[in-house]
Write a protein that binds this ligand. Structure first.
Ligand SMILES: Cc1cc2nc3c(=O)[nH]c(=O)nc-3n(C[C@H](O)[C@H](O)[C@H](O)COP(=O)(O)O)c2cc1C
Length: 324
């Protein structure tokens, strides 16, 4: 059974193919995880291969909401150690998910920034980023990655999905720039991601796993498209990504009107056709049999489980039992 097969990315070997997809619990206290949150992750680590912790802001200006976790301060490192120890006690690996919400930032009292002032969200009025903003964001991801490593995370994931800042750079609908980060070429749309991947790699070292959550299609007219995925995924791999975790772009983590297991599988297969690093597919999976079926079809190397693991902390244990 493929579900039980270990898989290696960079120097890290996962015990099986089950990934706990990052799911915001809005339970942070001043950006920090508390004991209750550590326990939430401990419970969902039983039987799971890799736990990706919910998004953490890297700079205050990139906060998605006031109860979001932060990786923006060295003083948080000790609190994260309690959480990473809890996951490790249950035998799973754990990644931090580093994020900047860009145009969709709120609650910090600071101006929202974005690739361009134009957005698809009528309630957002961001300022277009200048060179200084770009340098600050790259450095913010680097500092956050170093903190996550220090806090015992086995790797980090850079969030570029669901309409947050890096996704705003990838989407031609929200990136109207005409400089090196232009939304009119694939090189420009992926440049900030690649700059960040290389800078993070330099800081954390060659053997530390670095993943990217790639919102690979907007499912909107004029937005990012499925046939562009191989080129982008290859650019991320070449810039140092050890794992490509596929989700939606400006559409969020869904495709409107679709709920079948693995609804993003056209996207994950397009990414997998272009890269040799493992690919994760998330969305719509509720049983171990569905997970096994998607692995057997070659839809991805790993399967992410979001809502099913949120509602049942023993989902992974049960899935391993039912698929025999
Ligand atoms: C309550 C909730 C919070 C979420 N928070 C995040 C997040 O912090 N980062 C992220 O990349 N995706 C987030 N997601 C998306 C999930 O990781 C996942 O892609 C989505 O739930 C689809 O998978 P599922 O059908 O297995 O639930 C969230 C989803 C839900 C339902």
């Amino acid at each position: 059974m493929l579900i039980r097969e270990p898989i290696t990315m960079n120097t890290l070997t996962l015990r099986n193919r089950i990934v706990k997809a990052p799911c915001d619990t809005a339970g942070a206290v001043d950006g920090a995880p508390d004991e209750k949150m550590a326990e939430h992750y401990r419970q969902r680590s039983r039987g799971t291969g890799l736990v990706i912790v919910e998004h953490e802001w890297i700079l205050p200006e990139g906060m998605a909401h006031a109860k979001q976790l932060s990786m923006g301060d060295d003083r948080l490192i000790d609190a994260y150690r309690v959480l990473t120890d809890a996951v490790h006690d249950e035998g799973a690996a754990v990644f931090a998910q580093l994020s900047h919400a860009g145009a969709r930032s709120r609650d910090s009292g600071l101006d929202a920034i974005a690739p361009s002032a134009e957005t698809v969200w009528s309630q957002c009025h961001p300022r277009a980023m200048d060179d200084e903003d770009i340098d600050r964001v790259i450095n913010g991801f680097v500092q956050a990655a170093v903190r996550a490593k220090e806090a015992g995370f086995d790797g980090i994931q850079i969030h570029s999905a669901h309409g947050y800042l890096l996704n705003q750079f990838y989407s031609p609908l929200t990136n109207r720039r005409s400089d090196a980060y232009t939304g009119s070429t694939m090189e420009g749309r992926t440049k900030l991601h690649c700059d960040i991947l290389r800078a993070v790699r330099e800081a954390v070292g060659d053997s530390y796993p670095v993943a990217i959550r790639f919102g690979a299609c907007d499912f909107m007219d004029g937005g990012s498209a499925i046939d562009e995925i191989p080129q982008a995924a290859k650019a991320f791999e070449d810039a140092g990504a050890d794992l490509i975790d596929i989700s939606g772009g400006l559409s969020g983590f869904i495709i409107p009107g679709r709920t079948e297991p693995g609804y993003f599988k056209d996207l994950s297969m397009a990414a997998g056709s272009a890269v040799s690093v493992p690919v994760v597919l998330t969305g719509g999976v509720t049983t171990g049999e569905q997970l096994e079926q998607l692995l057997e079809e070659g839809a991805a190397d790993l399967i992410g489980i979001g809502r099913a693991l949120l509602s049942d902390p023993d989902w992974s244990v049960k899935a391993l039992e039912t698929v025999s």
